[in-house]
Write a protein that binds this ligand. Structure first.
Ligand code: ZN
Length: 157
């Protein structure tokens, strides 16, 4: 669990290129307590936002994704790269984000980034604890942020 004290701290979790797109989830109050991570979709359904804390880091990291495959009507099954949940293309699809002004990267993910809820539902059905799965999920988020976007995680606050 982590805590975000102010809106300023919340926004500073995002890279400056993402920050201008960020719209806080409706009804957000500070301080904000986050159990695993925070994800939400903007009111237009175009952007999906993620705020998480990388293992060993004290600062939250935010990423703004864009849904680039709207209008894909073929319901082919896919698997989310982060939680490994299967879904049709209206549930799992390509989310993209800027690396820099010239490059974008895409990754196949749950389009609402509610990976933790899917893991929890799957764990409930088998009676397992969801903690390890959630840990792995956050590690995959951190690896993507680091390897694809070059975001560094510093242990300092
Ligand atoms: Zn997922």
């Amino acid at each position: 669990m982590f805590r975000i004290e102010t809106e300023k701290e919340f926004l500073s979790a995002f890279r400056s290129r993402d920050r201008k797109h960020v719209e806080l989830p409706k009804g957000t109050c500070f301080p904000l307590f986050v159990r695993d991570y925070l994800s939400w979709v903007d009111p237009y359904g175009v952007r999906v936002f993620l705020v998480f804390t990388a293992p060993g880091s004290k600062r939250p990291t935010g990423i703004a994704f864009r849904r680039d495959q709207q209008g894909d009507k073929i319901l082919t099954p896919r698997v989310c790269d982060w939680c490994r949940s299967p879904g049709t293309s209206d549930q799992v699809g390509l989310l993209t984000t800027d690396v820099d002004s010239k490059r974008r990267v895409g990754v196949n993910l749950c389009l609402d980034l509610r990976c933790n809820e899917k893991l929890e539902a799957a764990a409930n059905m088998t009676g397992r604890s969801v903690l390890d799965d959630t840990q792995r999920l956050i590690e995959r988020m951190a690896r993507f942020a680091n390897e694809a976007l070059g975001i560094e995680f510093s242990p300092e606050t």
